[in-house]
Design a protein around this ligand. Structure first.
Ligand code: ADP
Length: 326
């Protein structure tokens, strides 16, 4: 049997370039040769403040984004996490063998606590356990996600090892599948591009005007500094984006301009905006096709659920038996 692959994206907003390069590109690469399950992880979505009245439509938007980006239901299984209730059952079972102190120490938990100081909930702390359950439920071995998820992968492996040593060999130890763009920088000058940080992202559905507008806000400097291009900050991030979009010739030109203290950031941003829009055009055209065919999208969701439940029922049965619950 081919190796199992699992990955998911939260329904916290529209997909952006970070999700595309860090996760979706890896999914596309793997779907031809592996047994893949790709999910919209709505149960993770509700760990931060959200609007219940729009959650359903946000989930559907991500499904449509997946399909428009090229995920093919004939090659992979597409899942909505909460439609497969075994995720929460396994998460609970796994939580009984994992220390709370380790979860409290995770950088992702600390970041979220700082971001939403009035919304620190059990689900947030529990996030990595549910994520471990997501992948282990399918006995996933490869996980195409961005580098920000590495601490969660480590938890996943620890849980798998602990379970195996306590109850007998059951789970593989999943590894991250790395893509070229596994860390797309934010447009605000620091940190990663993220749906939940305003001004940090470019959405896959953005038109040229919007892309230009978003880039216009990205911080730069006076252009009169000279020397090497800095390694961090707004200017560094714009150069990183040039690389990501394979604008090597332009990169070299602007690098030279920077050294010569004659760089024009408006020109750089314009070149970048055009390249980003060009890359996104096929996605945007395909997206329209799926929007116009809601019945097909419904069918893909229902078929995905059926196929996924068949697989995970076996895992849950095995886990319950090994833990002495049946
Ligand atoms: P977000 O932080 O935008 O809400 P998610 O937490 O839903 O994104 O992550 C979905 C996937 O996209 C994960 O695999 C994550 O690693 C990847 N990802 C998110 N942001 C970036 C980024 N800036 N660069 C690379 N990959 C990213």
């Amino acid at each position: 049997m081919n190796k199992r692959v699992y990955s998911g994206i939260r329904a916290t907003g529209r997909l952006h370039l970070g999700n595309y390069f860090g996760a979706v590109k890896g999914m596309l690469e793997l779907q031809d040769n592996y047994d893949c399950i790709f999910s919209v992880v709505d149960l993770h979505t509700i760990t931060v403040p959200y609007d219940p009245s729009t959650l359903q439509s946000s989930v559907r938007e991500i499904i449509i984004d997946y399909l428009a980006a090229g995920l093919d239901p004939n090659k992979c299984k597409i899942e909505i996490q909460s439609m497969v209730p075994q995720h929460t059952e396994l998460a609970y079972l796994l939580s009984t063998i994992y220390p709370v102190s380790r979860l409290e120490d995770l950088p992702t938990y600390k970041e979220k606590k700082a971001q939403y100081p009035k919304y620190i909930n059990m689900g947030l702390l529990y996030y990595p356990v549910l994520m471990a359950a997501d992948v282990l439920l399918y006995k996933g071995e490869l996980v195409p996600v961005g580098i920000d998820q590495e601490p969660h992968l480590e938890v996943m492996r620890e849980i798998a090892r602990k379970f195996n040593s306590m109850f007998g060999q059951t789970f593989p130890e999943p590894q991250r599948f790395k893509t070229n763009g596994d860390y797309v920088p934010s447009l605000v000058g620091a940190g990663k591009m993220s749906k939940s940080i305003n001004g940090s992202f470019i959405n896959l559905t953005d038109d040229l005007k919007t892309i230009r507008k978003r880039l216009a806000y990205a911080p730069t400097d006076s252009g009169l500094i000279g020397g090497n291009v800095p390694e961090t900050g707004g200017v560094a991030n714009l150069f990183k984006l040039l690389k990501l979009f394979k604008l090597d010739k332009e990169y070299n030109k602007f690098e030279q301009d920077y050294r010569d203290k004659k760089i024009r950031y408006s020109e750089l941003k314009d070149v970048l905006a055009e390249a980003i829009f060009k890359e996104l055009q096929p996605f945007q055209a395909k997206r329209k096709e799926f929007i116009n065919n809601p019945k097909l999208v419904d069918l893909i969701i229902i078929e995905g659920q059926k196929k996924c439940i068949q697989i995970v029922e076996q895992t849950i049965k095995e886990v319950r038996k090994k833990m002495g619950l049946t």
